[in-house]
Design a protein. Structure first.
Length: 210
């Protein structure tokens, strides 16, 4: 067997067992979020046990003027991303395919945090993301509605725990169909996985090949 073939098999083995990713230091913290604020800025480094930075969890929200002043495209009312390194970016490992971060479950919309939608697994107030040997948990707690019944303020609880079975380079599908899909609603919880969509060489949408 050739050396290149042995290397390829070793890489496949590493990816299968999940040992390719560095160990994340478990942590838990929370942030107050007022969606009527001029600026919403959340930054949380995710490190290894030695304190070396691995990823950067960030959320941005607030007025349109503030969001337009930021590098990249941050969509309101609150968009959260996970990036490699130490800087907040709109490019997010929380995206499960090639779609923009504001289509991912890292985007929090007011109507998703109240009523039936708040209870919908992985798309409501509780969301988890499995990737790179760990699980990132995000929960909107103590949601306060405004006069129209939509979320106005809440506590955003964020935690990271090791998950050796999470071997994907970006977030896995959550195991439930997106209630925002055409013809769906939050009233019926539907297990399953929406297909991953990717951009082909021409920039067109197509089903991902892997």
């Amino acid at each position: 067997m050739s050396v290149s073939r042995l290397i390829a098999l070793a890489l496949i083995s590493i990816q299968t067992t999940g040992t390719a990713w560095p160990n994340v230091k478990p942590q838990a913290t929370s942030f107050h979020v007022d969606l009527s604020s001029e600026r919403i800025v959340i930054d949380l480094p995710i490190t290894d046990e030695a304190g070396r930075g691995l990823y950067h969890f960030a959320c941005r929200g607030g007025s349109e003027a503030y969001r337009d002043s930021l590098p990249g495209n941050w969509v309101g009312p609150l968009m959260c991303t996970l990036a490699l390194g130490a800087q907040a970016t709109e490019q997010s490992l929380l995206s499960e395919d090639d779609s923009a971060a504001w289509f991912s479950r890292g985007e929090f919309r007011r109507e998703e945090l109240v009523g039936d939608c708040a209870k919908y697994p992985e798309f409501g107030v509780r969301r988890s993301f499995r990737l790179r040997g760990f699980r990132l948990n995000i929960e909107a707690q103590n949601v306060i509605p405004d006069r129209s019944g939509l979320a106005k303020a809440f506590t955003l609880a964020v935690s990271s725990v090791r998950d050796p079975g999470a071997i994907a380079a970006q977030a896995e599908r959550p195991g439930f169909l997106d209630p925002r899909g055409q013809g769906r609603s939050c009233k019926m919880v539907v297990p399953g996985q929406d297909p991953r969509m990717c951009r082909d060489a021409s920039g067109s949408w197509a089903l991902c090949k892997n």
